[in-house]
Design a protein around this ligand. Structure first.
Ligand code: ASP
Length: 401
């Protein structure tokens, strides 16, 4: 589907969702199964997608030696900046409290209000039973197991010529296709989720308060994204390169604008490559870091996922404990690493973050109303993070040379 048409349908879905939910609540509730199907589709694809995409990024390193030499540094940089982004998101949403004032209801009990302990978190990082972890959607142990298995494959593959890498990278392509198909249904899924949410909240009179809270939510995400893009990332750039970050950002602005226009880091990749090399980064470095960054380095997505989950928890009246914030911090970072660089991918992996702290997933219906816009903004920040990562790796490869 052409992206302009897609955007048109998304916005139409949102507007119709509000109107139908407000004025035809009976119809909205009767067709709520469409939204449920859409959510089921997202849930169906998310675990395979995230595990295969992380495995594929590790296997792309080709050998354990290479992984140790450049992979670890690059992964560390990505994880560091992504977790700072999540931290900024969490702090901003806690300070601004956009979810106060709306009260969402759910029939699903919050099973995950657990007595959290660091001991349990650490011990549970390794799943004693991988199938149980999969069936229960336990994200962290699944990802840890995926990383370990991928490293093991990497260490034996090149000696034995295993076919697993090829298999996994082909599976990755196929899963991406499947995700694209599901996302094509987003306009109608979004329509149904918004309509049934508004209808179940009481119809027309809830439209204004919901729009007001959504406005606060958008503002929160934007403020946090701006802080990350114009304060944190430039500071990181300056610390590692001692050059003026803003003049560099000016040089790569074409990539940032393309990211905003396409809402896809992967689709932006050719422009990112061109802008970054024109800004002075060596082609070899750009060709290694940017494709990797477009798939796993997503500061904007991580930040947005954290804000969205805390916002929804507030709206459902769930008091999050410190432990749950820590889980959001970890899962949002990992969910962003596992998100694909395509429009609305963050939405798919957000299911994981919601699940990890027991926030009802149907809450997604609410934030979907503004997601078509926030997706563009966070994608621009994702790409900015990639371009800065490329410049830093370039600087260090110069020093090593
Ligand atoms: N659209 C984003 C990207 O391509 C991913 C997301 O949905 O957050 O970078």
């Amino acid at each position: 589907m052409h992206s302009k048409n897609f955007l048109f349908f998304m916005i139409a879905g949102v507007i119709l969702g509000f109107i139908v939910g407000g004025y035809l609540p009976g119809f909205a509730l009767a067709t709520s199964f469409i939204g449920e199907l859409f959510l089921n589709g997202l849930k169906m694809v998310v675990l395979p997608l995230i595990t295969v995409s992380i495995a594929n990024s590790i296997l792309n390193m080709k050998s354990l030696e290479r992984f140790k030499r450049i992979g670890i540094k690059t992964f560390l940089y990505y994880t560091l900046t992504t977790s700072i982004a999540v931290g900024i998101g969490i702090i901003t949403v806690i300070l601004l409290k956009p979810g106060e004032g709306i009260s969402l209801k759910t029939e699903t009990p919050f099973q995950k209000e657990v007595n959290f302990s660091i001991h349990d978190l650490i011990v549970n990082l390794l799943p004693p039973n991988i199938f149980e972890a999969l069936a229960e959607f336990n994200v962290l142990p699944i990802i840890v197991a995926t990383i370990l298995l991928s490293l093991a494959i990497l260490s034996v593959e090149w000696k034995r010529d295993l076919q697993l890498h090829k298999l996994i990278s082909e599976l990755d392509i196929a899963l991406l296709k499947l995700t694209e198909w599901i996302i094509k249904f987003a306009p109608i899924g979004i329509f149904s989720l918004i309509a049934s949410k508004i209808a179940s909240m009481g119809g027309a009179e809830t439209i204004v308060p919901v729009l007001y809270s959504l406005g606060k939510y958008v503002l929160t995400v934007l403020i946090a994204l701006l802080i990350h893009a114009f304060v944190v990332l430039p500071a990181v750039y300056y610390v590692f390169t001692t050059k003026n970050p803003y003049s560099y950002i000016g040089k790569v602005k074409e990539a940032l604008l393309t990211a905003f226009a396409t809402a896809s880091s992967s689709a932006t990749l050719p422009v990112t490559l061109k802008s970054v090399t024109a800004a002075g980064v060596k082609r070899t470095v750009a060709e290694f870091t940017l494709p990797l960054g477009a798939t796993i380095n997503m500061d904007g997505t991580a930040l947005y996922e954290a804000v969205a989950v805390v916002f929804l928890a507030e709206a459902y009246g769930i008091d999050l404990s410190m432990g749950q914030y820590l889980i959001i911090f970890l899962t949002a970072t990992l969910a962003a690493i596992g998100a694909a660089g395509i429009p609305e991918a963050g939405l798919v992996t957000m299911v994981l973050v919601l699940q990890s702290v027991g926030v009802p997933q149907e809450g997604v219906g609410l934030i979907l109303a503004v997601d078509w816009f926030l997706d563009r903004c966070r994608t621009a920040v994702n790409v900015l993070g990639d371009t800065i990562g490329a410049a830093i790796v370039d600087r260090y490869s110069k020093l090593e040379a």
